[in-house]
Write a protein that binds this ligand. Structure first.
Ligand code: EPZ
Length: 455
């Protein structure tokens, strides 16, 4: 029996679903899939638009639901946005003011964790911000202590009133020396952005090194920010010394300096794992294999045959049964380790190959909710600890389970993979969670030969 906890949002009949027919273990998908820009870089560049004195242009922006949510939050704050068309968008924050543009909409922010990243640029520009504890994927506690501690060190006052954080720095932010006691992608990006307008030098130690951080930092540098060391564990920022209320000391961009989003390494890794299980011939185009070393090595060691070129990965003539591939162990880690965002898709892969694997989730404590669905399909998975599972493969997914559930963006993709591998017809509920991170997934998989539609 499915438990209530296994059926998020089931009471909301209006959420979209995917209807799919599985391939029953056959590897028939074929064709080319183009990788979009990284949503986790584009979202941060959207937040960074608040640091600018002019309209900014963002290119290679994926049209996912999270990008629309961030647009809605910025628009409510007074930004003018030209919505994503052909993966280009423009954001003009010149009309935003201290009087009208510092209260982040609690309902919109409740739906997306990345909204907390906006607090840094708003505080740096306007000297105040109010926001709710952020929402987003239900994958763990996801506290914001690193942000709040950083702001306090930069001279801000933090209070919590009626469920809303109020942060004020009427004299502007000051540089600081900060050590992240936990490595945090959002914490690194947010404090880095806030520091670009602060007075004096900020040193951030034990930083996250994700490529998305470098992508945003390089753009900010090209527009006048003084940032050194993004992509290493120590980032040094010399702020512009903004006084709140001054017209100047913001960053400058023009059409010649757009933000160009890097390819989404998580989307590419997701299609790679799916292709390894279900495709005969698949070309993954416009990706950045240099950012995918961990997953490429594991799949190579497992026996998956891939050709890796500068910006494509080809799974060619990969017709051998999945049971001929070997299992591997995973411990999720900060970049360049194995990404937590590929943990669930990798587990689906491991249910189909031969051997026993152990998967340790070290980043988030709540990222195994999808396991129950896989077990109901026929997977042999034991939860040995809230952060660790053991998978024994191969197992056919032949059980007649019609209803499956997306629990978060990546677990949702994993459930789509599982349904494709399986024998039967499936309804994947909560497709809106998958839409948060993957643009038009059903169209892209259909073009490869999958039997899938939205309902
Ligand atoms: C980013 O989340 C990504 N989201 C996540 O992708 C990704 O899973 C995660 O990084 C790890 O790679 C975006 O970029 C929008 P963290 P973020 O701060 O920044 C703890 C997806 O599917 N922590 O690096 O929120 C936290 O609880 C999403 O695209 C604190 O303790 O992650 C976690 O255990 C899901 N206090 C660890 O740090 C804080 O103040 C790492 O989280 C902040 C974080």
């Amino acid at each position: 029996m499915k438990t209530a906890s296994n059926q998020p949002n089931q009471q909301n009949q209006k959420t979209p679903a995917f209807l799919m027919k599985g391939l029953a273990g056959r590897k028939t998908l074929k064709g080319r899939v183009t990788i979009n820009g990284a949503k986790n870089a584009a979202l941060k560049a959207m937040a960074a638009a608040v640091l600018f004195d002019k309209k900014v242009r963002l290119e290679n922006v994926p049209h996912t639901a999270d990008i629309d949510t961030m647009s809605a939050i910025l628009e409510k704050l007074g930004a003018k946005i030209t919505p994503v068309r052909n993966h280009v968008m423009e954001i003009d924050t010149t009309g935003m003011t201290a009087a009208n543009s510092t209260d982040i909409d609690p309902v919109l922010a409740g739906g997306m964790r990345a909204s907390v990243v906006l607090t840094g640029p708003l505080l740096a520009r306007f000297g105040k911000v109010s926001f709710p504890a952020p929402g987003g994927c239900v994958i763990g506690a996801r506290p914001i202590d690193l942000f709040l501690e950083g702001y306090k060190k930069m001279g801000a006052k933090v209070t919590l009133e009626n469920g809303l954080y109020q942060i004020t720095a009427p004299n502007g932010l000051s540089g600081m020396d900060n050590f992240f006691h936990i490595i945090s992608v959002g914490g690194t990006e947010t404090l880095m952005m806030a520091a670009t307008l602060a007075k004096g030098k900020t040193i951030l130690s034990n930083c996250a090194k994700e490529p998305e951080i470098i992508n945003v930092a390089e753009w900010l540098i090209s527009c006048g920010a003084k940032i050194k060391g993004a992509g290493t564990s120590t980032i040094e920022i010399t702020g512009s010394g903004r006084n709140i209320g001054d017209a100047g000391k913001l960053l400058h961009a023009d059409q010649a300096k757009p933000f160009v989003t890097i390819p989404d390494r998580i989307e590419a890794g997701s299609f790679l794992l799916l292709g390894a299980l279900c495709a005969k011939d698949l070309v993954i185009e416009k990706c950045e294999p240099k950012h995918m070393t961990a997953v490429l090595h594991l799949l190579g060691d497992a026996g998956v045959i891939m050709e890796v070129a500068a910006d494509t990965i080809t799974l060619k003539g990969n017709a051998k049964p999945n049971s001929q591939s070997k299992s591997f162990n995973i411990s999720t880690k900060e970049y360049p380790g194995f990404p937590t965002d590929l943990q669930a898709p990798a587990v689906v892969f491991l249910t189909q190959v031969t051997g026993e694997s152990s998967i340790l989730e070290t980043i988030f404590e709540g990222r195994f909710k999808y396991v129950e669905d896989l077990v109901q399909l026929g997977a042999n998975i034991t939860v040995t600890d809230p952060r660790e599972i053991k998978v024994k493969g191969p197992t056919a997914f032949a059980k007649p389970i019609g209803d499956l559930y997306a629990h978060d963006i990546r677990a949702g993709f994993a459930i789509v993979m599982a349904a494709l591998v399986a024998n039967g017809h499936f309804k994947i509920h909560n497709a809106h969670l998958i839409d948060r991170g993957y643009e038009s997934l059903e169209e892209r998989l259909t073009s490869l030969g999958a039997d899938m539609r939205r309902s």
